[in-house]
Design a protein around this ligand. Structure first.
Ligand code: ADP
Length: 342
């Protein structure tokens, strides 16, 4: 089979490349087919245990009939919320050791970013997304060590739309307001307020949420009861704007401006993570609001995890490849050659 050749050849190449660099992990998650979609029309040709993924060009012509990618892990369409979170767990623990952890969801609109981060509902435990599970873990961990370290937890929530940062938790403050919380429920209450504020200004037809980034930041400060020494860590949960490219000839005005801002901030984010993965001396944080907001949390004592969401259908092939290329670039493993096959 065609893809087996692709896998074999690329495996050899990838074995010569270092493991993914720095503290950056990239997980790809494939959304299941939705009702009414034809399952046989898929662009996903192969997924391997070890993070390998081959996508096939539905037209089967041109020089790239198959493309090979490799990430830290690929979660197939049947994977559960619990499985997806399992590998994220150790990262949450490291926040209490003083790390800054950033978790991103990247992908085109409709690829499952919100499903992964927030989950389809919080009423049933199996539906819980990464946000809820992470906060739940964090509070459990802080509570279980109460006798040795006293923790304080503060939360901020902002939205970045057209390069403007807006506090979603209160009005008219120059910086994002910080709210003290004691439990996962406290955070959920704030998230509800934030989500309501996010919806304000978005008309029904014009759901703005897919075209803005939302950043939920959790700051933890721990004081060692015996020594009084202080430790700080943070967690940023980022639902990024949809990465789909819009056809410049088809949109004008507000839509075009939005699209340009999204493009700019997503590529700025890509550049920053790339620079960090390659340990470049200069990290270009200043190029977008998103990277400025996250500046202190990306790099240094930081761990970054990106969920790269893709659609399984043939029709999404072009977007899927573009998403996967972005992910490959930020993960720091970019071979450049012999990834695709005729
Ligand atoms: P995005 O946030 O990227 O725009 P959504 O998270 O809203 O995408 O997902 C789009 C649709 O696909 C929603 O109806 C969502 O419930 C569904 N969906 C996404 N991921 C999954 C999944 N892993 N399992 C079941 N349904 C999913």
């Amino acid at each position: 089979k065609n893809y087996q050749v692709v896998v074999e050849e690329n495996r050899k190449l990838y074995n010569e490349v270092q493991e993914l660099k720095g503290n950056i992990r990239v997980y790809c998650r494939i959304r299941p087919f939705l009702e009414g979609q034809n399952k046989s029309e898929t662009s996903i040709e192969y997924t391997g245990e070890n993070g390998e993924l081959v996508v096939a060009n539905p037209l089967m012509q041109g020089k790239d009939t198959h493309r090979f990618f490799k990430f830290n892990k690929v979660f197939g369409p049947a994977s559960t919320q619990e499985e997806v979170f399992l590998d994220t767990r150790p990262l949450i623990r490291s926040i209490l050791d003083g790390y800054n952890v950033c978790i991103f969801a990247y992908g085109q609109t409709g690829s499952g970013k919100t499903y992964t981060m927030s989950g389809p509902s919080i009423n049933s435990e199996e539906d819980w997304g990464v946000n809820y599970r992470a906060l739940n873990d964090l509070f459990h961990l802080t509570q279980s060590s109460q006798n040795t370290v006293m923790y304080e937890v503060g939360v901020q929530m902002v939205e970045i739309y057209n390069e403007q940062v807006r506090d979603l938790l209160s009005d008219d403050v120059p910086d994002a307001s910080m709210h003290c919380v004691r439990s996962t429920e406290d955070v959920l209450e704030l998230m509800d307020i934030g989500l309501m504020n996010r919806a304000v200004g978005a008309t029904a037809l014009n759901a703005k949420s897919s075209r803005s980034h939302s950043v939920l930041s959790v700051h933890v400060r721990g004081v060692d009861v015996k020594t009084d020494s202080i430790l700080r860590g943070s967690l940023h949960l980022v639902d990024l704007a949809g990465s789909e490219r819009v056809d410049r000839s088809e949109v004008t005005g507000d839509r075009l401006r939005e699209a340009q801002h999204i493009n700019k901030s997503l590529s700025a984010l890509g550049d920053v993570i790339f620079a960090l993965a390659h340990k470049n001396p200069h990290v270009p944080y200043r190029n977008s609001k998103l990277t400025q907001v996250l500046q202190n949390s990306l790099g240094g004592q930081a761990k970054t995890l990106m969920f790269v969401q893709i659609n399984p259908d043939e029709g999404s092939y072009a977007e899927t490849v573009s998403t996967l290329k972005f992910a490959e670039r930020v993960s720091g493993v970019e071979l450049g050659a012999a990834r695709s096959y005729k």
